[in-house]
Design a protein around this ligand. Sequence first.
Ligand SMILES: Nc1ncnc2c1ncn2[C@@H]1O[C@H](COP(=O)(O)OP(=O)(O)OP(=O)(O)O)[C@@H](O)[C@H]1O
Ligand SMILES: [Mg+2]
Length: 233
Amino acid sequence: MVTEPIITTRGLTKTYATRRGEISALHKVDLDVAPGTFTCVHGPSGSGKTTLLLAVGGMLHPSSGSIQFLGRDLYAMARSDRAKVRSEHVGFVFQLFHLVPYLDVIENVRLGGGDGSGDDVRALLRDLGLEGRETHRPSELSAGERQRVALGRALVRRPSLILADEPTGNLDPENSVEVLRHLSAFRDAGGTVLMVSHGSDADAYADRVLHLRDGSVSEDASGAPSAVAGRPT
Ligand SMILES: Nc1ncnc2c1ncn2[C@@H]1O[C@H](COP(=O)(O)OP(=O)(O)OP(=O)(O)O)[C@@H](O)[C@H]1O
Ligand SMILES: [Mg+2]
């Protein structure tokens, strides 16, 4: 059975114009992401990881090339349709959590949208190990808890795709594993994860590991196909 990719990029190129001239962030990236998979893209600082996620998430217009989301050209559609695709299908998780400091945990999760009941949100928080923290503000939480709140905000609308930008970059190993387990559980339930990272801590959880170097993506450092990593239980 052939499964249609959830994301297809062809010739995806992004060049930033700056006062000092042009900076090439992505250069002709061809990428297919199958639904229900966990893909991790590695790359050093400045290699274009955040640029890739922003473009795939419909938030950054490519300079050239195309991005298809479930077979629809994301940047050929009206801006309002792109926003709709994003809000209906995509959840974001960032390295620095980006929680609203004056809102409590439940209110931060609710910012993700969705029409779930208070019970649904409480159940989600329980799954994320945040029971008892519902009325805490971000400043009253550990870094690991903050990132799990951010995961809750990404998951609450039941997206098809989670885009995660170095979600473990500010966490200790124990909390990193916790976040990676939640991302793999989302994948096991049929969701798709596209994560970027400069470290290799997610490799054991990913179905596919890719490398971004100087704006180009390859299966591994030498260009050879990567093995499918095992999934720890
Ligand atoms: N808004 C912008 N204007 C100009 N140049 C930019 C802009 N955003 C990113 N760049 C440049 O594009 C390149 C890729 O940046 P990007 O943020 O995608 O890298 P990254 O892999 O996410 O890096 P890091 O690991 O440090 O987060 C870098 O050279 C960066 O300086
Ligand atoms: Mg980045």
